[in-house]
Design a protein around this ligand. Sequence first.
Ligand code: ZN
Length: 188
Amino acid sequence: MNIERVKELVRELLIEIGEDPNREGLLKTPERVAKAYDFLSHGYRTNVDEVVNDAVFQSEANNMIICRNIEVYSMCEHHMLPFFGKCHIGYIASNRVIGLSKLARLADCFARRLQIQERLTAEIARAVMDTVDAEGVGVVMECRHLCMMMRGVEKQNSVMTTSSVLGSFHDDQATRTEFLDLLARETV
Ligand code: ZN
């Protein structure tokens, strides 16, 4: 990302919304915003292989592995406003498992782009499926969207839930039910 160019664009945006980019409080704002955008869009400059690196391990077990409550921050592609919430990832390994912290980083790889929640959910599921060659994968996301909360309909408390199921999570009702039951349990 060209920081200098983005600084200039932010300066122009400030003028257009009725601000004076030369007033003291705003002098460094274009630079701060440019750096923030660089961070918030770093998903475009990372890929799953890089993120996972070599944290995929052989495992005989083929029970269900679930990582709940992964915090996710993304931005909607319609308004470029944040949406944020929790992501729950479950999978059944065939003979490979992935380090838990890598699941969170993998989610970030797709969250740090302009997204719609439905696609973000599906992309995370697909990436887990491909990375560990899982028997099945389920991803559920629950997010609040600032574009709904602070503009438009101004619904403060609505939470959007999306899910994506692949492999045995899709084909086998019992597997899907087990996954959803485990998600619904009290946390420790
Ligand atoms: Zn939006």
